[in-house]
Design a protein around this ligand. Structure first.
Ligand SMILES: CC(=O)N[C@@H](C)C(=O)N[C@@H](C)C(=O)N[C@@H](C)C(=O)O
Length: 600
């Protein structure tokens, strides 16, 4: 029998992702967004045949995807090379030239909703109201447009338009931990949660009849639960909560009056089915750790896109009580056992607060005794059990990775998520330091030999840890991290700006704190070798954030490498860029690797 060589670790970087999908109303076609060709495009499969064909050639990831209810066309949203100025296009289900339906340069467009006859497109846009957005109703055949909602006070997005277009659901976003949902019924505006001064979120709502709305909220609670609002009697009722789980999205099966509810429990997801008329609640076993999307076809059939820490994202169809996999996204020549699954650990932080973390330990045959601390981005996000090709690449090269869900992360309740607000460089920084002390105490790492690497807020935290605790590290990697919180606050997208006060802080009122929390305050103490990566089109953390820290460190004669990706935004959408950059990151780390790095 022929003996084959072991898979090349470089192949880990070649993994394919599926980031979105939609199923045609007759379920004969399935469209999905994948980077199977190296760049993201829309592809389709005529079900049940599995051979995919390509629909778009613009090489951009799709941000919105919906079929017309008759399946005659598809609406898709694309930006350009990561600029997040999403525009909407119509395309025929079997491809061909795309038609621009909402297109105005330098505008941001969100949340497209088609009327049931496919004649009108409702969407929210920055074009006339960059801070709070307006919502428009566009007649697709004539291009005639009316303004249906003017945002004010908070960024305002359309969420749903009823079949007869008399009721509209919309939400106002004040910050990641403070939002409200409203129904507009005729001329009446109805708040869907009881009025209160106390901050809370309403993250999802669906109309299940002309008078009934189900919503996901943490109104007067720490974890989000399912509630119901009666538009006639104006009554709000809590329907279902599960201790320590936060509900995230609702998907309504109109045919069978079933509500599917996704939930997060720390680093994993859950899926539930709630039969509205019978009041029956059921837990659905899912074929993955994390759910990217659930969709219900007209017939009531459920489709799910999901994956896990050692499992690539795939789409599944519910048949009876089984999930049938309809995409075959596989890793060439590798099996699940070739990857490292993280251990979920907890450690006490400086003030006794328990922090959960994912600990990826390099396999014995690869282990070089190297340790990477990975603070995640967001910061109101979490490191969860998703497949991370870069992590697996580093693990196969002998680097272990520790990814803590420091205070401010999502998945642990509203109060925990709020703990990073106006405190970017306070508790979360010390939670990261407590993680390092824990690793050192357990014998997994040695002070001065650790690498810190992160993207966005994770990049910011890497810079801040470098400036304030350089003695823990031997090298630092920052991917698009804010370096100065004052300039960051002024350079984020216009529609984020009203949230900056609650999220990061006020430049005058919180001046002292923002100085203390800005990495740029600690340039003198940044003495370790550093690699900075930045997308030129990033609208969230603009290139100037990286430019300024790189310049300041260069002036001081520090060992600093700077990589700018000209055709990327906040992260990587193009495989060749991702591969080129992470090869360089590995080379950079290898320069500072030493056999005695961390004791095990
Ligand atoms: C809803 C929303 O986008 N809110 C923003 C204020 C937000 O939280 N954005 C983060 C997802 C984000 O992009 N943060 C950057 C700094 C990051 O860490 O990725």
């Amino acid at each position: 029998m022929i003996e084959f060589p072991k898979p090349d670790v470089e192949e880990m970087l070649q993994t394919v992702s599926i980031i979105d999908f939609a199923v045609s109303p007759d379920e004969k076609q399935f469209i999905f967004c994948t980077n199977i060709s190296g760049k993201y495009n829309l592809w389709a499969m005529d079900l049940p045949n599995a051979f995919p064909y390509r629909l778009t050639f613009n090489n951009q990831p799709c941000h919105e995807l919906l079929y017309d209810q008759e399946g005659r066309f598809v609406i898709a949203g694309f930006d350009h090379d990561g600029d997040e100025n999403t525009q909407f296009y119509a395309l025929k289900p079997h491809g061909g030239a795309m038609k621009k339906v909402v297109y105005q340069e330098n505008t941001r467009n969100f949340s497209p909703q088609l009327s049931s006859d496919g004649e009108r497109l409702y969407y929210s846009s920055s074009k006339e109201n960059p801070s709070y957005l307006n919502t428009y109703c566009l007649q697709l055949s004539t291009g005639e447009e009316t303004t249906v909602l003017e945002g004010s006070g908070g960024t305002t997005y359309i969420a749903e338009v009823s079949e007869d277009e008399t009721t509209t659901l919309y939400y106002q976003f004040f910050s990641n931990t403070n939002s409200r949902y409203y129904a507009r019924v005729g001329e009446e505006e109805i708040l869907l949660t009881p009025p209160t001064e106390k901050e809370h979120t309403v993250s999802f709502a669906v109309l299940t009849s002309p008078t009934e709305v189900y919503l996901v909220t943490d109104y007067e609670a720490d974890f989000s639960y399912l509630a119901k609002f009666d538009l006639e009697t104006k009554t709000f009722t809590k329907v279902k909560e599960i201790p320590k789980e936060g509900f995230t999205t609702l998907i309504y099966d109109k045919e069978n009056r079933i509500l599917y509810i996704t939930a997060e429990k720390g680093v994993e997801d859950r899926l539930y089915a709630y039969h509205l008329d019978e009041g029956l609640w059921g837990n659905m076993v899912i074929p993955c750790d994390l759910i990217t999307k659930v969709a219900v076809a007209k017939s009531g059939t459920v489709y799910l896109l999901g994956g896990g820490s050692v499992q690539l994202g795939n789409v599944y169809k519910r048949e009876g009580d089984k999930w049938v996999q309809i995409t075959r996204n596989k890793m060439a020549g590798m099996a699940e056992e070739d990857f490292v699954a993280p251990e979920v650990v907890t450690y006490p932080s400086f003030d006794g607060l328990e922090i959960e973390a994912l600990f990826y330990k390099a396999k014995e045959e690869h282990d070089k005794g190297e340790m990477i601390l990975w603070p995640h981005g967001g910061p109101q996000h979490a490191e969860r059990k998703s497949f991370n090709a870069i992590f697996q690449y580093f693990l196969s090269n002998g680097y272990s990775i520790f990814a803590p869900n420091f205070r401010g992360s999502t998945g642990y309740g509203l109060n925990f998520t709020k703990m990073v607000e106006r405190a970017w460089g306070a508790g979360p920084r010390l939670d990261n330091i407590a993680a390092l002390d824990w690793l050192i105490d357990q014998g997994y790492a040695k002070k001065g030999e650790i690498i810190v690497m992160g993207g966005s807020y994770g990049g910011y935290m890497s810079l801040l840890l470098h400036g304030r605790h350089a003695d823990y590290f031997k090298a630092v990697i920052d991917v698009c991290g804010p370096s100065n919180l004052f300039s960051f606050i002024h350079s984020v997208p216009e529609d984020w700006k009203s949230a900056m006060d609650a999220w990061v802080g006020h430049p005058e009122r919180d001046r002292e704190k923002l100085i203390e929390y800005s990495p740029s305050t600690y340039i003198d103490q940044m003495i370790k070798p550093m690699l900075v990566v930045q997308g030129a089109n990033d609208p969230r953390v603009v290139k100037a954030e990286s430019d300024q820290i790189v310049e300041a460190l260069k002036e001081k004669g520090r060992d600093i490498t700077y990589i700018v990706m000209e055709d990327e935004g906040h992260g990587f959408a193009k495989k060749e860029n991702e591969i080129a950059v992470f090869r360089q990151v590995l080379e950079f780390m290898e320069k500072y690797a030493s056999k005695t790095a961390n004791v095990h």
